[in-house]
Write a new protein. Structure first.
Length: 282
């Protein structure tokens, strides 16, 4: 555990963003205090200091100020820092270099190398991962949450015009919008995202009823956790548990979430996650 006040954290986020929710789940579970800056998703003035224009962004001060980008890099770097005090946070972040890649359509993307790895020495690794399979499993499912599960959220919460409107009502209520901006975002955004969700459905080759893909993915996760463990991490959540929980949590209060709870086996695990985060969180 870190001495109080040794690590000052500020999270720039959209509350309803699954990647931001992942980071909050991680910070809350580890009892790390942090300030939240809710970013206006239209103007994004709150992050004008940054050339990196996505959220989440975490500003961390452990002696010197540092900006961490990408939810999985944030989680891996901070977890490494909590376990290993050999390196400064700045040194740890340097182990996750950003690499520019270009998509088939010519769009520049930033990819972060090693982002699912904790940068630990042999002794620390043995303490956290008694056998290598535990580490491999955690990394596999963290990547799965980013590469697959997260892409099922939008097609499901914007599945119908009614669901799209309910989702934007929630986004506007929880987000940082001016009054007119909020009205515009709610109605125009709902229509736009209804059509975007259809494009996403096609891009990710989802079924006609996207709920089926959501149910299958969630049950696949529950099966991977198994009946003999409370969490994938055993008696306590690991980084994969926190990632999957963080992604699914953004649907709370929406029809897709209620349907998922009824039609999959995820509820017992999900409730255990809620309880353990409330118990350990600040």
């Amino acid at each position: 555990q870190l001495p109080a006040g040794n690590l000052q954290l500020t999270l720039y986020q959209y509350k309803t963003c699954p990647f931001c929710s992942k980071v909050r789940a991680f910070l809350d579970y580890h009892g790390l205090p942090y300030e939240i800056v809710e970013v206006n998703p239209i103007m994004r003035k709150e992050i004008k200091f940054s050339s990196y224009r996505k959220v989440p962004i975490l500003l961390a001060n452990a002696g010197s100020p540092l900006q961490l980008n990408d939810s999985s890099v944030i989680i891996s770097a901070i977890k490494t820092y909590l376990i290993s005090r050999r390196n400064s946070l700045e040194e740890i972040v340097s182990f996750y270099p950003a690499v520019k890649t270009v998509t088939e359509k010519g769009k520049e993307m930033l990819e972060y190398e090693n982002k699912y790895w904790l940068m630990l020495d042999e002794k620390e690794t043995k303490r956290v991962y008694p056998v290598n399979e535990v580490r491999v499993e955690e990394m596999k499912w963290r990547k799965w949450a980013d590469d697959w599960l997260v892409h099922l959220i939008s097609p499901n919460v914007y599945r119908t015009p009614k669901e799209a409107l309910a989702s934007f009502d929630y986004i506007v209520r929880e987000g940082k919008f001016g009054t007119l901006e909020g009205l515009f975002a709610k109605y125009v955004g709902a229509v736009a995202m209804f059509f975007v969700s259809k494009r996403l459905k096609k891009r990710h080759q989802l079924r006609d009823d996207v709920r089926e893909d959501l149910y299958e993915a969630v049950n696949e996760w529950v099966k991977a956790v198994g009946k003999n463990r409370l969490f994938m991490g055993g008696n306590q959540p690991n980084l994969a548990d926190l990632a999957v929980y963080g992604v699914l949590r953004v649907m709370e209060g929406l029809e897709a979430f209620d349907d998922m709870m009824v039609h999959t086996n995820v509820q017992p695990w999900y409730q255990r996650m809620e309880e353990v985060i409330q118990k350990t969180g600040v």
